[in-house]
Design a protein around this ligand. Structure first.
Ligand code: AMP
Length: 457
């Protein structure tokens, strides 16, 4: 038996289904806002992350999986996907038309050499969006509201948006100077991380969680006192638009985020369950002004956010937010005897090609064992076929829950399944998070719902 590499985990069976569900809901919501998918390589040149994430960030300094390939090039397993997404926009000349913004979403594995602990892995999955070409702060507000609404679509009802501005460069430089002056009085007494941050990126000191340091940090100068008129106006525009959209927020002047490329608005989505359990941040992002140009693109600004799929899945599991995502088997085909087994692949083929999931018991078992296997596969219906059924072209279809069974003519099987499943689906609830009954007339002919479920609200 081989062990997992430290900090990695298998995502299989029900858990994989939950991950897919989360990804589909996040992707569909991004598509509602006109975003399109970007799938970029997992390996990128190390230089890309030095330039973007920044050499004063913990990620670049301590956490990257970097190696030289056989050609002597320095390669890094991506620790985040913003840099690769922007790089691909540049490489594929998406900026050439100057038709801004370019809107992309991504989803895939990231790698950080972190100390593995509850919810922190060395390989984990991120979903995120990048809006490249932000010229007005309304766009930042739109991006933030998209993140907020995506989480609502997943069922997170009690969200709190924490928001701050890092201002423009002029404001930030003045603020950094003031912080330097303030912290230089105390830095000798502060933790080792703070000492390092003091030298590398003083803003990150505000992130420190050490209790004694917090007392000092709480009295530090606030960014608001250093904002230029235009930085103030931009932040106000974001807040006014969030107000209009009915999104509750808390301004948190200590929110700085760990990636060096942020400037302007930064934000985190925090979640508290209806029972009052505070789960902390479940997604985060911000505005960046130089990243696109730094990576070879035009001098335009952008805004984006990222969410960890592992984190979302564990909070949703803990707070019972996964509803109605069980994976049932529509039909379990139970052939009795050699002749029926020989016919079973063709019969299953017709069922599957009509859109119903179908598994066959090819293990030549007795009836009761076949039923047990069907139950273990969460089958909704058993289709029983023996010599008599083949001769008469009439099969037995049994509802595994109610145990009711009916005789079905072979050439009417799919019509009967269509009728039975239309009735069943009609009673199902929509997955969009709201507790309402589905009211569409006919699921098979109707439009698809955008919320990730397969029927209309
Ligand atoms: P960041 O790119 O650091 O802003 O992180 C964005 C999201 O990715 C966070 O909200 C986390 O949910 C997730 N994330 C970051 N690092 C890890 C990790 N080591 N393991 C699992 N999830 C992570």
């Amino acid at each position: 038996m081989f062990n997992l590499v430290k900090g990695t985990h298998d995502v299989i069976l029900d858990e994989a289904r939950k991950y897919s569900y989360i990804e589909v809901v996040l992707e569909r919501t991004a598509e509602l806002y006109g975003y399109k998918e970007f799938r970029t390589p997992i390996i990128e040149t190390s230089e890309l992350f030095l330039r973007s994430v920044g050499d004063s960030s913990d990620i670049v300094r301590k956490e990257m999986y970097t190696f030289d390939d056989k050609g002597g090039r320095s390669i890094t397993l991506r620790p985040e996907i913003t840099a690769g997404t922007i790089r691909s926009m540049v490489a594929n000349k998406l900026f050439a038309m100057q038709d801004y913004p370019i809107k992309g979403y991504y989803c895939g594995p990231c790698f950080r050499y972190e100390r593995p602990q509850q919810g922190r892995y060395r390989q984990f999955n991120q979903f995120g969006v990048e809006c490249a070409g932000v010229i007005r702060s309304e766009r930042d507000a739109e991006v933030i509201s998209m993140g907020y609404n995506s989480l609502m679509m997943l069922g997170f009802q009690n969200l709190e948006l924490k928001i701050n501005t890092l201002g423009d460069e002029e404001s930030r430089n003045k603020y950094k100077e003031a912080l330097k002056e303030y912290f230089s009085q105390y830095i000798d007494t502060m933790c080792e991380d703070c000492k390092e941050r003091f030298k590398l990126n003083i803003l990150r000191i505000l992130d420190c969680k050490v209790k004694e340091d917090r007392e000092i940090i709480d009295k530090a100068p606030k960014i608001t006192d250093f904002l230029s008129e235009s930085a103030k106006k931009d932040f106000d525009t974001v807040l006014t638009n969030l107000d209009k959209l009915g999104i509750k927020y808390t301004i948190d002047h200590e929110l700085v985020r760990g990636l060096d490329y942020y400037s302007g608005v930064v934000f985190e989505f925090h979640y508290t369950s209806s029972q009052g359990k505070n789960y902390g941040a479940i997604g985060a992002g911000g505005h960046y002004n130089k990243l696109i140009h730094e990576l070879g693109g035009p001098e335009i600004e952008g805004c984006g956010y990222a969410m960890g799929i592992e984190r979302l899945a564990s909070v949703m599991e803990d707070d019972n937010l996964f509803t109605d995502i069980e994976q049932f088997l529509d039909v379990y085909l139970m052939p009795i005897g050699e002749r029926a087994i020989n016919e079973s692949l063709s019969i299953a083929n017709v069922i599957r090609m009509s859109g119903y999931t179908c598994d066959i018991c090819l293990e030549n078992k007795g009836m009761s064992q076949m039923f047990k296997k069907g139950e273990r596969r969460d089958a909704l219906y058993a289709l029983i076929i023996g010599d008599n059924e083949l001769d008469s072209h009439k099969f037995v279809l049994k509802n595994m829950m109610s145990q009711e069974q009916i005789e079905v003519k072979e050439n009417e099987l799919i019509d009967v399944l269509d009728d039975l499943f239309a009735e069943d689906e009609h009673d199902e609830h929509c997955h969009c998070g709201e507790d309402h009954e589905c009211e569409c007339e006919n699921h098979h002919d109707d439009e698809h719902c955008h919320c990730g479920c397969h029927h209309k609200e």
